[in-house]
Design a protein around this ligand. Structure first.
Ligand code: IMP
Length: 506
């Protein structure tokens, strides 16, 4: 199926061999839709390079919706010979991989060309336990992680006690490495409440307690047995993907790098420490896929417009309802159904900022794909966008433009007023009342940034059926122009709905 302006898109990509698709915000910008389109009309090979079970993209198979976490969104094009790969930088959880393969099997979908890097980082049960135990303990400083073991896994990697996917193919080596790893993990976990650890080990992803042993915390034999079974299941897919990309793909075939999370969640470039533990920016993605950043010919960054979302803790200057919203979204048991029942009238025009945030969440269906948590919502923040664009380049896709169709006033955050105590930031001293035009991604600073907005009248009509920019209401076009000029972005694609037909190439 073609998309509107498909010819223009292909023209724009003429001569491009490697394209990276990443997010300029805190993730959840709907990369899956564009990976799916590009996998069909352009790419030969689609590779993931960062993140793991923390990511989530919706895949529709035979009319049913599934959330996939690890297998690239291009998998639905496997039967057309498209190659999908999980690169060396990915946190590969074999439990999740096997679950996703099971869905493909049940739905009669092929994955003959799926590759898993032999040096992808292997998620172990202890990573999930450590992640969840830390998050349950307020002294550790809550990040609001997805609980998929991401931080502990990458910590083990740089701490040189991690395992890789290839270890699933060699039992003796697996056992030696696992033992060494668990020795350190048990030492750490013994400093936490043993009852909390025991409860966490009952989780589905931890085989409902089968890995638990009251004396040693972990039942090593049970882990070895299960992981060897995973190895058998995944054996044919485990390959030297670095060599494959280097020798067969880079500069020869059309390679799409599928990002996960977003620039502002990067452990190196994001709003540290409220970030994930990998680097979802283009350099991180390229390295994680197994290629040089220099091989990337073009980058497309996704930007939700004209609102933003964030999951978990951390500063969010433009959040509707500020602290109240952050606390509400972090409340145990709050999900889509509960919110709808408690706030039936909340909509994008609600007068109370908290209710307006809930209204935007409902309109955009902003509930976590991995955790079902409500995503925190706020107005588009040009300072953070300028910061991300400065790192990753100007070409963007504006998504979810339809969500604010009925909104009477659109606010865009143009600058911040710093309202915190005197703070030294390198050679600069920030004082209360200072105006900032580009975000300083230091969480200490961001938490004190008060947004200064420019207001625009909303377009207040449906955008359905628009197939070109000129079909869009003039009030909407005016805001797109303003954001593009003030943030220095060059929008290439506009998305006005989940369907691939609801896509406009600029
Ligand atoms: P972790 O990646 O599970 O360690 O979580 C660290 C932070 O990144 C938390 O605030 C998560 O909510 C956030 N995060 C991780 N993955 C995603 C994602 O795919 N979308 C949005 N937020 C994410």
């Amino acid at each position: 199926m073609s998309i509107n302006g498909q010819g223009q898109l292909l023209h724009w990509l003429r001569g491009v061999k490697t394209l990276a698709l990443t997010c300029r915000q805190w993730g959840d910008t709907g990369k899956g839709k564009f990976v799916d389109v590009l996998a069909e009309i352009w790419a030969d090979v689609i590779f993931r390079g960062t993140g793991g079970g923390n990511a989530g993209h919706t895949i529709v198979i035979n009319g049913k919706k599934y959330i996939f976490h690890l297998i690239p969104s291009g998998i639905l094009h496997d039967s057309f010979g498209k190659i999908n790969g999980i690169g060396r930088g990915v946190a590969a959880d074999p439990y999740i991989l096997c679950e996703e393969l099971g869905i493909l099997d049940r739905e009669g979908m092929t994955y003959n060309n799926l590759m898993i890097a032999l040096n992808a980082k292997l998620v172990l049960p202890c990573h999930l336990v450590e992640d969840r135990v830390r998050e349950s303990n307020s002294d550790s400083g809550k990040i609001g992680t997805t609980g998929r073991g991401i931080g502990p896994l990458y910590k083990d990697h740089v701490g040189r006690i991690g395992l890789v996917v290839n270890d699933l193919l060699n039992k003796d080596i697996f056992v030696v490495k696992l033992r060494r790893n668990l020795k350190e993990k048990v030492r750490t976990l013994r400093t936490y409440d043993s009852e909390v650890v025991r409860k966490i080990m009952q989780h589905d992803h931890l085989e409902k307690g089968a890995y638990y042993n009251a004396k040693d915390i972990f039942n090593e034999d049970a882990i070895v047995e299960k992981y060897m079974a995973y190895g058998k299941r995944l054996r044919d897919m485990i390959q030297d993907t670095d060599a494959f990309l280097k020798n067969k793909v880079v500069g020869r075939m059309k390679l799409l790098l599928e990002g996960a999370q977003g620039d502002l969640l990067s452990v190196d470039e994001g709003t540290y420490p409220y970030v994930t533990s990998s680097d979802p920016t283009v350099p991180g993605l390229a390295r994680g896929a197994g290629i040089s950043e220099k091989a990337v010919d073009r980058v497309l960054g996704i930007v939700k417009a004209f609102y933003m979302t964030r999951v978990g803790s951390g500063p969010f200057p433009t959040e509707f309802g500020g602290r109240k919203s952050e606390d509400w979204c972090a409340t145990e048991g709050v999900d889509k159904a509960r919110e709808a029942a408690l706030y039936p009238d909340a909509d994008v025009n609600s007068r109370s900022p908290l209710a307006q945030g809930i209204g935007v969440r409902k309109a955009g269906d902003e509930y976590g794909a991995t955790t079902s948590r409500p995503r925190r919502t706020g107005w588009l923040d040009l300072q953070l966008l300028r910061y991300a664009i400065g790192k990753s380049g100007p070409h963007v896709i504006f998504t979810k433009l339809d969500v604010l169709n009925m909104c009477r006033t659109i606010k865009i955050c143009e600058s911040y007023e710093y309202a915190g105590p005197k703070y030294r930031h390198g050679q600069k001293t920030l004082l209360p009342g200072d105006i900032l035009n580009v975000a300083i991604p230091d969480s200490h600073v961001l938490q004190y940034c008060r947004p200064i907005y420019k207001c625009f009248p909303g377009w207040e009509c449906d955008t359905a059926g628009a197939t070109s920019v000129s079909d869009l209401p003039s009030k909407l076009r005016r805001i797109i122009d303003f954001v593009s000029k003030s943030a220095g972005v060059d929008p290439r694609i506009l998305s006005i709905g989940a369907d691939r037909n609801e896509t406009i190439f600029v």
